[in-house]
Design a protein around this ligand. Sequence first.
Ligand code: SF4
Length: 376
Amino acid sequence: MQHLYLHVPFCVRRCSYCDFSIAVRKRIPTNEYVNAVLTEMRSADPGPAARGGPISTIYFGGGTPSLLPPDAIGRLLRELLPRTTHDGRRTIEVTLEANPEDVTPDHAKAWRASGINRVSLGGQSFDDTVLKWMHRSHDAARIGAAMHALRGAGIENISLDLIFALPDELHRDWERDLDMALALRPTHLSLYGLTVEPRTPLDRWISRGATHPPDDERYAEEYLTAHARLSVVGYQFYEVSNASLPGFRSQHNSAYWSGQPYLGLGPAAHSFDGTTRRWNLRAWEAYRRAIAEGRSAVESVETLWEEQRELEAVYLGLRTVEGIALTALRRPSPPPHLAAQGWLVEHNGRLRCTPEGWLRLDSLVNELDMHTETQQ
Ligand code: SF4
């Protein structure tokens, strides 16, 4: 079993915080994109993840996949669905990332008809001033309208993205945004803290003193507020940044966190077979040219050593609410002060993070790793 990711790199403009591999385009080169991805998929070197067997989830990520015309998404899915475990009785999860302004009733119906059954909506905030500051192309009212259109078309499984820990001067009311999101009752929420990535508009604003970097205290406070708010209305944080209603976890993303094989197509897409990871050329033009000239679009390949794989499994496992088996640690005795601080919980032979632990996940994993080394 493996999982298929398609990177659709196009956006109409760059959001102020975004450093993803995107191509800003007024006109989307639809045919070139679809042909390139299908050529890559049919190529003689489908990559290590191809050994993982039939596809069991498909995820269109970006960029802004909802900028692709619906018939292009339909064409891709007509090629891809026969390669999946979908057999007419069992439906596989097929997710499309969408920006609210692209979700019209007609688009939603066409997406549903082509096989999309889950939409991840980039809402980010319900405050129009904040949305403008982020360079988003939609206003707050579009988020509810988009959810309504999706449900009208029969797409009930809707995830909503929100960004927290914004600079003070925006006076963003996080609790109000959470309430507005919860009033729409999405099946899933992804909550990301604002980070300052190099060479983004946000990075430049901060360098010239036009805005302040996000503050750690606000980050922790808003993250913990979200945990408290969401859990009383039936959502479970099943991963450090993701919460869902029962039965609505993202199967595709869960596969990443449990180390399953995946195949990525498109510029900057990554593939993994459990030991070897490879990734494609980042820039759309470089990717397009490589495919058009019959060359491989792979930029680099990395094979993980056993120790790297073990550490990665610990890191990915601790991102999830299931945590890791204590036996996954080379020395199954985490430093006692981590539990005493309330950051880790041991139960039934497993170790998992509390919400306070998730706030410092990277340093916890480092500490567990160093503790292992000092005990050897
Ligand atoms: S729409 Fe998404 S991928 Fe595109 S610039 Fe904005 S955050 Fe980045």
